[in-house]
Design a protein around this ligand. Sequence first.
Ligand SMILES: [Zn+2]
Ligand SMILES: [Zn+2]
Length: 347
Amino acid sequence: MRTTTGWQSTGNSTDLRQVAIERRELRDDDLAVRVDYCGVCHSDLHAIHGLVGKPTDGLVPGHEFTGTVTAVGSAVTGFAPGDPVAVGTIVDSCGECAMCRAGQENFCYQGAVTTYGGTDRVDGTVTRGGYSREYVLRDKFAYRLPAGLDPAAAAPLMCAGITMWEPLREAGVGPGSKVAVAGLGGLGHLGVKLAVALGAEVTVLSRTAEKEAGALALGATDLVVTGDDEQMKRAFGRFDLILDTIAAVHDFTPLLRLLGLQGTLSVLGAPLETSVRIMELTFGRKNLTSSGTGGTRHTAELLSFCAERGITADIELLPSARVGEALSRLEKGDVRYRFVLDLADLD
Ligand SMILES: [Zn+2]
Ligand SMILES: [Zn+2]
């Protein structure tokens, strides 16, 4: 076993403790990665609070990180020690089902192995995430971090970024598309940047006007206040695609009414349940869909697109010892727009 250090939850508390963590010895197709930067995702909070069916006691969260390869297994040809890499929300899948063959390993029918709280396909151990100084994973699920992308600000691309990218690509967003992003947090701010870079006209939907300046700075053309009936009425039928990043349970009706003919509401903030009036879909033949994170095909594509356009997240970088502060501020929505932990303090 290899021993490293990380941050682990006890009970449902966001007050994580520093613990020693064992990582497996390298298999033939494994990489050992020194984790340099790990983003703090809203689903880490959900997991710590036991809302997503993962074990909550002894959880080491973290599923969007960048780092440096330190060792490779005997069959690895694509990576060498010293290579900068990025790792996202899944670290293995069956590789044989229709989803895996389509490059959508995130939807693997056998169940993709999640970066933390998952079950390793070979030895059955529970995976522990990137809030730690070292991670060991199959080479297939590590991506070379393109030169020119700041490794701290690039970490959130691996969960927040890809969660925005797949629905944008699948909807064929490009010049002339009208896209709205509901919620301007870790996911939403990357949704705005990516949609703008694809050539779309982008609007932010927010409960108040408070985030307007931030929205415009990210490249949005305007902000519509969802609590303002007049503004909402004026936006009826305006959008082709809405990326809905709101994590709390909410009514989809007001958002569906902003879609034009065959427009799509993509629900990405993982509200745990909801109900919808089908008539809201009927009128305008609208689509209600959802996805989460991404497979290898889209993730590789996202990283090259971001390198080409110089897109990364807007982050607040904290030493990893301040993880508890990051989690409690994230819980209150007090972050612009993503916390990233610097794991160097674990040495
Ligand atoms: Zn995430
Ligand atoms: Zn599969």
